[in-house]
Design a protein around this ligand. Structure first.
Ligand code: ATP
Ligand code: MG
Length: 428
């Protein structure tokens, strides 16, 4: 190949990021903490494919939403001709899997998952084209106590992560489909009266899906949206009771919240409870978690009527928040094993395995080099001490311990046979 362009270094797709080893510990910390909290509430892990048939998302998220209209990565399977889509969110896939495998046949199910989602958005801080979500769903539960449970579970997660002072809770009810029908008409009348000052998106939505106008991110639209009729004033009796129930459970948990009557979600499948946890620390990308009830979704995907409720939290935004609050989570091996000479190299290899058998984290130097350059690598890798096995030590079956973090601590010699016991004693 002589084409210079084809020889230039390839880059990741715009808006799709590498999570490098220096950043990854915060991700793992977040994911481990979330997993622990979700398990505390009885949610069980599941994993679905990243690619699904396109109609799954069109039918669930809704045709007149940003996600379906302009953000999906859709392509034709070259062999079958089928239209496929990289999942833009997890709920649709979970409900598809639940219907396909009859998951809620015997009893309701609490499940969770995490992983990459794909939306063709304009990349900026907190908004990417491949991003990651934690996703929690309660399938087959009708009462407002599960809506409240998921909100309280998130409050526990924020606390476990030290983020409780950075986020606040907003809730709303968007009613049942019949309530929304009346509301839709009220909104259409209202926005039609102000047609001239609607932006282009909103003009289009006026006929396709006027509720979506409330979700507009355009600041110029906000005053108009502020004064629009409120869904909460149009709730039917059952949706009202459900919303009162949710509030009662949240109150009994001592959780503060704001009722935001403009809160609708970006996806069409929701009904009744919707909620968001927001922060003012990340600029325009302030929603860290959002969710709600979707009692009609099973049926619209061909399943039996199954009430359900769930949420998704954006991992990138939470990692940004963790960083904003000065949190870090570095990982480093306890020991870095340096060696010199063939006999020492063989012994070092064995020794590293023996120490790992005993449960210790040991990085074994690879790639040769002088003692000095090996010691530099030991230090840069963050190990607490270096274990030195040069020719003398190999002959005497000892190692020299050189402390890398505790200044003033004398180096010492430890017999190889006693090293496991010695490490176990210092590792605590
Ligand atoms: P936003 O209003 O910020 O566009 P959304 O309503 O589209 O969010 P959901 O579909 O409810 O978001 O997804 C839940 C969460 O996933 C969001 O609250 C956010 O934390 C995260 N999220 C959504 N889209 C992105 C993205 N493109 N990049 C990073 N995180 C995202
Ligand atoms: Mg969005």
């Amino acid at each position: 190949m002589t084409d210079t362009a084809s020889q230039s270094a390839l880059q990741a797709v715009r808006g799709m990021n590498d999570i490098l080893p220096d950043e990854a510990p915060l991700w793992l910390y977040l994911e481990d903490t979330a997993r622990r909290v979700f398990e505390q509430y009885g949610y069980r892990f599941l994993r679905m494919p990243i690619v699904e048939p396109t109609p799954l998302f069109v039918r669930s998220i809704g045709e007149a939403t940003d996600v379906v209209e302009k953000e999906m990565y859709t392509f034709e399977d070259k062999l079958s001709g089928e239209s496929l889509t990289l999942r833009p969110e997890a709920t649709a896939g979970i409900v598809r899997a639940s219907i396909q495998h009859n998951l809620t046949y015997e009893r309701p199910q609490r499940v969770w998952t995490h992983g990459p989602m794909f939306r063709h958005e304009r990349p900026q801080k907190g908004r990417y084209r491949q991003f990651h979500q934690l996703d929690v769903e309660a399938l087959g539960f009708a009462g407002p106590e599960v809506d409240a449970e998921q909100i309280v579970l998130l409050a526990r997660l924020w606390k476990a992560l030290g983020l409780e002072s950075c986020v606040t809770l907003k809730i709303n009810s968007i009613g049942d489909p019949t309530d929304r029908h009346a509301y839709r008409e009220a909104l259409t009348t209202y926005f039609s009266q102000h047609f001239d000052i609607l932006d282009d998106d909103s003009k289009r939505r006026l006929s396709t899906n006027p509720l979506r106008i409330l979700d507009s991110k355009n600041p110029a639209m906000q005053p108009l949206i502020e004064n629009a009729p409120r869904m909460l004033d149009q709730l039917g009796a059952e949706a009202c009771t459900h919303f009162d129930g949710l509030r009662k459970w949240l109150d009994s948990a001592g959780l503060a919240y704001e009722i935001d009557s403009r809160l609708v979600r970006g996806l069409d499948y929701y009904n009744r409870s919707v909620f968001e946890w927001v922060t003012d620390r990340l600029g325009a990308q302030g929603t860290v978690a959002g969710g709600g009830r979707y009692d009609g979704l099973y049926e619209s995907l061909g399943g039996k009527p199954t009430p359900a409720c769930g949420f998704a939290a954006g991992i990138e935004r939470l990692v940004l928040l963790l960083r904003e609050t000065g949190q870090s989570a570095a990982t480093a091996p306890l020991a870095y094993l340096v060696h010199q000479g063939d006999a020492a190299a063989a012994l070092a290899w064995q020794l590293a395995e023996t120490l790992r058998d005993a449960g210790h984290d040991v990085a074994l130097h690879a790639g040769g080099g002088s003692m000095k350059s090996q010691m530099k690598k030991a230090d840069a890798g963050g190990a607490r001490f270096a274990l030195i096995l040069a020719e003398d030590e190999a002959r005497d079956r000892t190692v020299t311990v050189k402390w890398l973090r505790e200044t003033g601590r004398e180096q010492q010699t430890v017999p190889i046979d006693g090293l496991v016991a010695w490490l176990t004693a210092v590792a605590v």
